[in-house]
Design a protein around this ligand. Structure first.
Ligand code: BES
Ligand code: ZN
Ligand code: ZN
Length: 512
């Protein structure tokens, strides 16, 4: 049974009038609508937008939906012939209206329900050859826009026959929040596209060009540093990784100045940019090696999150540092047992050339530390062990600052990506500082046990910043079906989380 209350009958808030003027439905203006329905202990309750369509169609919506029984949370049901103005309506299940908070889940469940439901509606309408989708804000235009824009994303740049992607628009009057959500999703979609792009196309040089294309229009400065620049700065750990490749390395330095106080210290974001990881001489096994085209996921999420910060004009200064290279087993490649001296003067014994992420980050983190940032975070698809530990449920994070952890934890609850704190103890770093030939070893003494923690312990040796966080994003690199609003493919996680993190810091409420 439908429950009708006075508030549900308010139709004037919605943009129905602009659609009712249309006389007939043609293929040129093929639009579908996605509207929500709650299920409060078995009782269906329409959102305001759904109620307005129901009223407009003289109760047709509720009549038609009853044939299918109760609508489960996150599911979509397409109704045809609701009215002349709204012939195709996807009704989507939002679950229970109240009591969405569950402290154990550590995320905003109401937002998550909206993203999931709206995405389900967009997916099902996408299958009906529709060109435009009007979306119900369901009371949170930001979450609805995220669900819609993340759902319609498709990587098909390299297909000769591209499927048309429907445009998504806000159906209800929540435009400001809708635009924000669309921007957050766009940043994540940028990261998804970069991660999905094959490595023969997205070389370090082409990644740099993509960063310019995405960011310069928003006033973000993109400096492309060469091999010689890195050599001058003794970035020998970074350069040891690129030795076996014919592609030149690039070091990107991004600057977004959103705060008028030019002397305000920046937030530093460092991203691992290995455009392909074969493992080098410590060659990886062939199964699923193609996925290593996304080993620049940290770099991609850095570009995506700075895109969001700039597009939302966040009042904060941000610097991005992205070492880009390939890890290949060429004849000049680094060999197990080789020793290099990093830019901070520490010597590194490279016992495993497949542990290359920590090598390029060592120099990038040291360089970023020298800019005296107020806080520094890095994102890296660093260890397979991270996927073993947490799967894709959360990003594993390691931090020397509880204040920073608190802010990132909050950001993860808003975005739904979630972060989980992992240990950054001497117990782990001592396993890499015990090296036969050098100051540190890039492979831990008791490998493979605690592989993510020892990798983090290695990075710590190159950081001189009191508020630093390493985010190991290997486990969330790809989405199969775990996050329903993302669909299958490279995930672009945790781009939106880092954008929220920057916004929380910009708000000045934290001590960072
Ligand atoms: N890029 C990989 C980690 C990775 C694996 C990311 C799977 C995403 C999915 C990284 O460079 C790597 O190979 N790490 C090694 C470290 C080891 C040799 C100490 C690993 O995880 O096995
Ligand atoms: Zn590797
Ligand atoms: Zn790697």
């Amino acid at each position: 049974m439908m429950a009708y209350t006075g508030t549900h009958r308010i139709v004037s808030r919605f943009l129905i009038s602009s659609y009712t003027t249309r006389r007939s439905y043609t293929t040129e203006n093929k639009a579908g609508v996605v509207v929500g329905v709650y299920n409060n202990n078995g009782e269906d309750v329409l959102t305001e937008a759904a109620t307005s369509i129901n009223t407009h169609s003289s109760g047709n919506l509720t009549r038609l939906m009853q044939y299918g029984g109760p609508l489960k949370a996150g599911k979509s049901r397409v109704l045809y012939g609701v009215s002349e103005v709204f012939p195709i309506v996807a009704l989507v299940g939002l679950g229970k209206q109240e009591n969405k908070s569950n402290p154990l889940e550590e995320r905003d469940e109401a937002k998550e329900a909206i993203r999931t439901a709206i995405a389900a509606g967009c997916h099902s309408l996408g299958e009906t050859n529709i060109s435009k989708i009007l979306v119900d804000s369901c009371g949170d235009g930001e979450a609805a826009a995220e669900g819609a824009h993340l759902a319609v994303f498709k990587y098909q740049d390299l297909k000769s026959k591209k499927k048309p992607i429907p445009t998504v628009q806000c159906f209800t009057e929540d435009n400001e929040r809708w635009t924000r959500g669309a921007t957050l999703a766009e940043g994540q979609n940028i990261a998804r596209r970069l991660m999905e792009t094959p490595a023969n196309i997205l070389t370090p040089t082409n990644f740099a060009q993509e960063a310019v294309n995405c960011l310069e229009g928003l006033g973000v400065e993109v400096l492309t540093r060469s091999y010689d620049w890195a050599k001058q700065r003794n970035m020998n750990a970074f350069l040891s990784v690129t030795r076996g490749s014919a592609e030149p390395p690039v070091f990107l330095e991004l600057s977004y100045r959103g705060n008028d106080l030019s002397d305000e210290k920046p937030l530093a974001i460092v991203g691992k940019g290995v455009t392909f990881d074969t493992g080098g001489i410590s060659l990886k096994p062939p199964a699923n090696m193609d996925k290593m085209r996304a080993d620049m996921g940290g770099a991609a999420c850095t570009v995506g999150s700075i895109f969001i910060a700039a597009a939302l004009k966040l009042p904060i200064n941000i610097k991005g540092f992205i070492p880009l290279c390939e890890n290949m087993p060429g004849s000049r490649a680094t060999k197990p047992g080789d020793v290099v001296v990093a830019s901070n003067g520490k010597s590194i014994q490279i016992d495993n050339t497949d542990a290359e992420g920590r090598l390029i980050l060592a120099d990038a983190l040291h360089y970023a530390s020298q800019h005296k940032p107020r806080a520094m975070i890095n994102m890296a698809t660093l260890t397979g062990a991270m996927a073993v530990a947490l799967g894709s449920g959360a990003v594993g994070v390691f931090s020397n600052s509880s204040a920073l952890w608190e802010v990132m934890h909050k950001a993860g609850t808003i975005s739904g990506d979630r972060v989980w704190r992992m240990p950054l103890w001497k117990h782990y770093s001592s396993q890499v500082t015990d090296s036969w030939l050098a100051d540190v070893n890039n492979q831990a003494k008791h490998k493979p046990a605690g592989g993510s923690c020892t990798a983090a312990g290695f990075l710590k040796e190159f950081v001189t910043c009191d508020h630093w966080m390493h985010m190991d994003i290997a486990g969330v690199m790809e989405n199969k079906d775990e996050v329903p609003y993302l669909g299958k493919g490279m995930s672009g996680r945790p781009t939106r989380t880092v954008a929220h993190f920057a916004e929380l810091i910009a708000s000045g409420k934290s001590e960072l």
